[in-house]
Structure formats: C-alpha cells, structure tokens
Design a protein around this ligand. Sequence first.
Ligand code: 5RP
Length: 227
Amino acid sequence: MDALAMKKLAGEFAARYVEPHTLIGIGTGSTAYWFIQALGEKMKQGLQIQAVATSKESAILAASFGIPILELNDVDEIALTVDGADEVDPRLQLIKGGGGALLQEKMVAAVSRRLVIVADERKQVAQLGAFPLPVEVIPAGWKHVRRRILEMSCPKVELRGGTQPFVTDHGHYILDCYFGQIQDAHALNLQLHEIPGVVETGLFLNMATEAIIAHADGHIQLIKRES
Ligand code: 5RP
C-alpha cells in the first residue's frame, strides 16, 4: 500500500467515530481530506452533524461536501476532532503544522473532548524532532525570533516560503526549526513561548487522546493515550 492509500484508509476509518447530531472538529491536510470526504458521504446518507474547521482550506472543502461549518467562537465544546500529524510518538505527543494550520488546529484541539489523529505509519517516531518544528510568529519581528531560536542550539531555522513567505490563515509567518531529536518537548515548548513574537508552536503535548495509524500491509493500528 502506498502513502496515498494509507492516508485514505486512516482518514476514512475515522468517519465511523462520528456520532449523529454532534459537533465535530475537522482537521487539515491530505489525511484529514479523506475524513472530510467520508463525512460528506455519510451526510448524503442522512447523517446530521455540525463542524468547526481548523483552516480556511478545510472549511471550504467541508462546505463543498455539504457539511455545515460553525465559527470556533460560536461553540462551547467539540465532541470529537479528527486531524493529521507530521510526527506521532508512542505517548501520542505530536508535531503538527506541516500544512501551516497549527494555530487554529491547536485552538480547536484545546476545546475538543477527543482528538483523534489520523496518520500513516511513516509518521510514527520513537522521539519527536526529525520533522522540522513549525513555529508560528508575528511577521513584524520574525528575524528576532529566528535569532533567539538559533541561540537555543537549533542549528537551522528557515522562514517558510523564503523570499515569498507563507502567510497563515491568521496572518502570521512560520519558522521551520530543525532542532533534531527533542529530548524534553514540554521544556522546549515553554522556552519557545517565552520569546516575544512567538504565537504558537507545532508541539501538541497531552492533546491527542487516540490515533488511527494505517500501515503499508493494509492493517490499522488503534492507539489510546494512557491516562
Ligand atoms: C497541518 C497539519 C497536518 O495535519 C499535518 O501536516 C499532516 O498532514 P498530512 O496528512 O497531509 O500528511 O498539521 O497544519
């Protein structure tokens, strides 16, 4: 099974977690795409739900499948959010933000009772950090933030998009930080948040409750976070 087939398998599998008449958070990326698509199919068969999107891209996609979208500010609690990830460790700590939607993704995850991650086996790592950590920053001060992160023994920090910077849904830039193996993700997250100009990091710690991992041999691995 190739990467696309694994993403489809995991994304579509997650649709069976959705209960009628609930509020669902819908993730961003090429794996979440299949969840949204499957949800749209279920709605054609009569399922009624409402959703909050983690990006403009996902909101447009969901609306095209007939899924009613609410604003995050207009809801209290989300029953279930299904989202992708760039890295998943054995304790379901994550790196997210490869698609640039980390801020809204984290805000949605923070008000969700369940955060189910859909991913293929290539995203599983023993320790976070091989994937460059996305850090969302205020454009007016990104160079100063970059310098501070380089001083934190991070050998390489790239402005996403380079001379034509990628702009997030919330109008910010992203710095991709090549820390390498992250020994203490909680400490790193706190340290990054202390830098003026940092809006959010792609470290999603103690947020995912479950993961649906699709493997190349076609089997699905279900992981629950130990409480
Ligand atoms: C977007 C994300 C995505 O969920 C993450 O990048 C995984 O994407 P994909 O399923 O396309 O591999 O965090 O900000």
